[in-house]
Design a protein around this ligand. Structure first.
Ligand code: SF4
Ligand code: SF3
Length: 548
């Protein structure tokens, strides 16, 4: 087997990608991503030794966060970037070891992750391809399953931590946990029960990181508010910005002011329109297109340059590469990378000048979509919502947060939303919303039937809303609320969102369109028995089960 990856919902044949990723990730990149994780484990081993002696390595915290983020599905396909990053990691690890030994800390019997070295790019590639680095190095399938579940959780955690960090917000406890979790995945003495406990603890830090990011986003840009977002176009050249990083968007908007270049959002950047701080930019026109997987066609008609701030990148057509720019953790061979200076400032002038040489976007749809129902906005409507529940006008809420993806089986979510009774409301977040946010499902006493809280991390808002309703209705258990969970997942941010919901005590979540293949039968059994997690069936039967 040349590669093995089973971290996302599209893993080949329901077992794992072994020749090339369904996502387009080639074998070399898959193996380098494994080595990236391997390197991060080694750095965490050394960082843990430091922590015992009260010595902190801030640089390692940030390096680990970014390295994890780079390995998320569809974030980075650039083998050269991984090689450079791994070299940087090896140098950092040795620097950390030297500092520890200078301070009298004795480092004995370190794991291979913390001792291996490579003198050349070829040696790094050889190490990446070697047995013992990747997922299958753990032979027991249950231990492997739990270890990977934890690793995918911390990947999602790292992504959210990095967005918060970009806005100047950090939480050292999250970094400590990430290091602890990575080291735990090397520990052969841990029992399955201990790994299950660590999985739940991952969920706890998942809640913390989403709260941190929520505070960072709302602190910088205000609380999301009800907003109509234009989905049509204007006649100016434009930049399309995709991904999840609001700081990148802010810098782009500032730099495009007065340039004659418009800015549109794509995919997960749509919720940026809900923040008050971005409303002052009169060139921030609207959202172009749909979820990530439709980007090939949509980039064709957009005509202008595209800036990726995070996942999800689909390997572009060759003729689009020269107008695709990446930044942050993202990368794709041949695409230009915009790097921040030491103060975090990014110069997007090249992207803006590029836009001026190209045509305005071609219109693919017209109209508006409504969103902005994060916790503060919903609390502002609390009286109305509570009244609608008490009067029976709203019978049930359906949390349908998560990811979208290209599989045909995801039509389920469109059909499910369309068939929901008229006295139900969908609470959504993440790119899953594109499956039903243009269906015009109407409203209940002025409350739209699709309430979009924002990006996938804003699932935190949905949890805050649920906890608030529990308080208002004086219930003992979050599961007594008239809220059902039918969540769609694709990549590792959805894993941390799921673990966070489990940590908060949410039971009976339906997870689809398929259950993660990285859950071994025994681990899946634990999740089913302890939390009632179950897969989707067909829409009619599932509706019956939810409403019956
Ligand atoms: Fe396959 Fe998903 Fe891994 Fe890509 S990220 S290689 S599609 S399992
Ligand atoms: Fe979507 Fe990639 Fe997960 Fe942030 S953009 S939710 S899939």
């Amino acid at each position: 087997m040349r590669m093995f990856c089973y971290q996302c919902q599209e893993a080949a044949k329901g077992t794992g990608c072994t020749i090339k990723g369904v996502c387009g990730k080639p074998e070399e990149v898959a193996n380098l991503q494994d080595l990236m994780i391997y390197t991060l484990k080694g750095i965490s081993v050394v960082a843990q030794e430091g922590a015992k002696a009260d010595i902190k390595f801030k640089k390692a915290d940030h390096y680990t966060m970014n390295g994890l983020f780079m390995t998320i599905t569809n974030a980075n396909f650039d083998d050269a970037m991984f090689i450079e990053k791994i070299k940087e990691g090896l140098a950092l690890r040795e620097e950390m070891k030297k500092e520890l030994s200078d301070k009298g800390v004795v480092l004995n019997d370190l794991h291979d992750t913390a001792t291996w070295s490579a003198e050349s790019d070829a040696a790094i590639k050889a190490k990446a391809d070697s047995v013992g680095v990747g997922v299958l190095a753990t032979e027991n399938e249950d231990v492997r399953s739990l270890r990977e579940l934890i690793i995918y959780g911390v990947k999602g955690m790292a992504a959210y931590a990095e967005h918060a960090y970009n806005l100047g917000k950090e939480n050292d406890e999250i970094y400590r946990f990430i290091a602890k979790a990575l080291v735990a995945t090397l520990d052969d003495t841990l029992s399955a029960d201990e790994l299950v406990a660590l999985t739940l603890e991952t969920g706890k830090y998942g809640v913390d990181v989403m709260a941190l990011l929520d505070g960072a986003n709302t602190g910088a840009y205000g609380n999301p508010e009800i907003t109509e977002v234009n989905i049509g176009v204007r006649n100016n050249p434009a930049v399309l910005i995709s991904g999840h990083d609001l700081k990148d968007l802010e810098q782009l908007l500032k730099q495009t002011q007065g340039s004659g270049v418009d800015v549109y959002t794509h995919g997960e950047m749509l919720p940026a329109h809900y923040y008050p701080a971005f409303k002052k930019y009169d060139n921030f026109v609207g959202n172009y297109g749909n979820a990530w997987w439709k980007q090939k066609e949509e980039f064709e008609t957009f005509n202008g340059p595209i800036l990726f701030t995070t996942n999800c990148i689909v390997p572009p057509k060759a003729e689009h590469i020269e107008r695709i720019y990446t930044t942050g953790a993202t990368g794709y061979p041949g695409c230009k990378v915009i790097v921040a200076d030491e103060k975090g400032v990014k110069d997007f002038s090249e992207v803006i000048e590029h836009a001026k040489r190209l045509s305005a976007p071609t219109e693919i749809e017209t109209g508006k979509i409504v969103g902005g129902f994060a916790h503060a906005q919903v609390f502002a409507l609390a009286d109305k919502v509570v009244e609608a529940v008490k009067s029976g006008a709203i019978k049930k809420f359906f949390v349908m947060a998560g990811c979208d993806g290209r599989m045909k089986s995801r039509d389920y979510y469109t059909e499910f939303a369309a068939k929901l009774p008229k006295d139900t409301v969908i609470l959504t977040a993440g790119c899953a919303k594109y499956r039903y946010n243009k269906l015009n499902l109407g409203d209940i006493a002025g409350i739209p039937r699709v309430l979009d809280a924002g990006q996938c991390n804003d699932s935190y808002s949905l949890a805050v809303i649920a906890l608030k309703l529990k308080e208002v209705f004086e219930l003992n258990d979050i599961n007594e609320l008239p809220i059902a969970y039918n969540i769609a997942w694709y990549e590792q941010k959805a894993v941390i969102v799921l673990l966070a919901l489990l940590y908060l005590g949410v039971k009976n979540i339906k997870l689809g369109p398929t259950l993660p293949v990285f859950l071994s039968p025994n681990v899946a059994k634990i999740l089913v028995e302890t939390f009632g997690i179950n897969g989707i069936n067909n829409v009619d039967e599932d509706l019956e089960q939810f409403l019956g």
